[in-house]
Design a protein around this ligand. Structure first.
Ligand SMILES: NC(=O)c1ccc[n+]([C@@H]2O[C@H](COP(=O)([O-])OP(=O)(O)OC[C@H]3O[C@@H](n4cnc5c(N)ncnc54)[C@H](O)[C@@H]3O)[C@@H](O)[C@H]2O)c1
Length: 319
């Protein structure tokens, strides 16, 4: 199969591209290597597979509609796995225009490229943040999620909705995957797993909201990639599917596991959570199990140990 992977230099996109190459697919990859976090980190993410014979890599911006059309027309992929985005709920506050440009207009550019290039299957990276603050636990795909707490989830929800329009009008198969708190090797430097490791190693303070009483459904990267590939392999019409682990972890316990790996206590500051942060995210993954045979296997302690191995090898040693 030939798959266009956007955001292929990022955390999730680089693992996805590498795994697809590993199983024999052709990959057309693109990323704009923006400096939201270090472009050098992104170049290191792609280094292990950059020269693969079945890979073509474009340094390109999804906001450039013409370029997206050209790339899709030139390669005629079977599937578009649209992973590129501006992430991070809190960073999106005050940056609604940027998030709308990248996450919504960029998504529309790829949907248009799919329509014009006769690509029949589109997999979209959405987020658990679309659920906002809710008392319905665990989160089910059919739950209402019309009250996003910040621009980031608002633009992701808008992408899911726009996907429906293309499904309706142009019979595009569109699967939105709502990822829940993904972690692992190449983990993003703005997310808690990396920050807790890095700041503890360097004796720097860490913000732990609500004294660690929030819960997050941490999901290991290999489990997420397996779910994305299952969605790539199965056009389903229009579906929204949670990809989480289904076992939320208390943040205080999560930090304790990392402290044990690092071998020293974290320096914690514990302010109340800001209004953009829900107390819990918790995936109901029965739909993913049913439609994708999704079966997340990695326990948080094991996943963090693997991430710590990577951190020591790739980050600490090269610092
Ligand atoms: N990591 C998580 O826990 C998580 C949770 C929910 C959803 N997601 C979603 O998964 C996807 C991947 O997230 P990630 O954690 O790998 O983030 P990431 O920032 O590591 O990867 C995103 C990649 O997209 C690229 N990109 C951004 N804007 C672009 C543009 N205009 N043109 C081309 N490329 C651009 C970036 O350079 C980056 O390499 C995103 O859509 C994100 O919203 C991630």
């Amino acid at each position: 199969m030939k798959i266009l992977v956007t955001g292929a230099a990022g955390f999730i996109g680089s693992h996805l591209a590498e795994t697809l190459l590993g199983r024999g697919d052709e990959v057309i990859a693109l990323d704009n290597f923006n400096d939201y976090y270090s472009p050098a980190r992104k170049r290191a993410n792609v280094a292990p597979f950059r020269d693969h014979a079945r890979l073509i890599f474009y340094e390109a911006d999804i906001r450039d509609a013409d370029r997206m059309q050209q790339i899709v027309a030139a390669h005629q992929p079977d599937v578009i796995a649209h992973i590129a985005a501006m992430g991070n709920v809190r960073y999106s506050i005050g940056r609604a225009s940027l998030y709308t440009d990248v996450n919504l207009r960029g998504t529309v550019n790829l949907l248009e490229a799919a329509r014009c290039g006769d690509v029949s299957h589109f997999v979209f990276a959405s987020t658990s943040s679309v659920y906002g603050k809710t008392d319905r636990i665990p989160f089910e795909e059919s739950d209402p999620c019309n009250h996003p707490l910040a621009p980031y989830p608002a633009t992701k929800k808008a992408g899911e909705v726009m996907g429906y329009t293309y499904h309706n009008l142009h019979r595009l198969n569109f699967t939105a995957l709502r990822f829940f708190s993904v972690y692992g090797p190449r983990g993003r430097p703005d997310m808690m797993p990396f920050m807790v490791m890095h700041r503890t190693v360097n004796d720097q303070e860490i913000l732990l909201f609500d004294a660690g009483q929030m819960k997050r459904d941490w999901t290991y990267i290999d489990d997420i990639v397996a779910g994305v590939i299952a969605a790539i392999d199965r056009p389903l019409g229009y579906e929204i599917i949670n990809l989480g682990r289904g076992e939320p972890v208390l943040m205080a316990d999560f930090v304790e596991i990392i402290e044990r790996l690092v071998g020293k206590p974290a320096i914690l500051s514990t302010p109340p959570a800001p209004p953009s942060e829900p107390k819990i995210n918790f995936a109901d993954i029965s739909k993913a199990r049913r439609l994708l045979d999704y079966d997340p296997r990695t326990a948080v302690a094991d996943g963090l140990a693997r991430m710590w191995d990577w951190y020591r090898r790739e980050i600490a040693r090269k610092a």
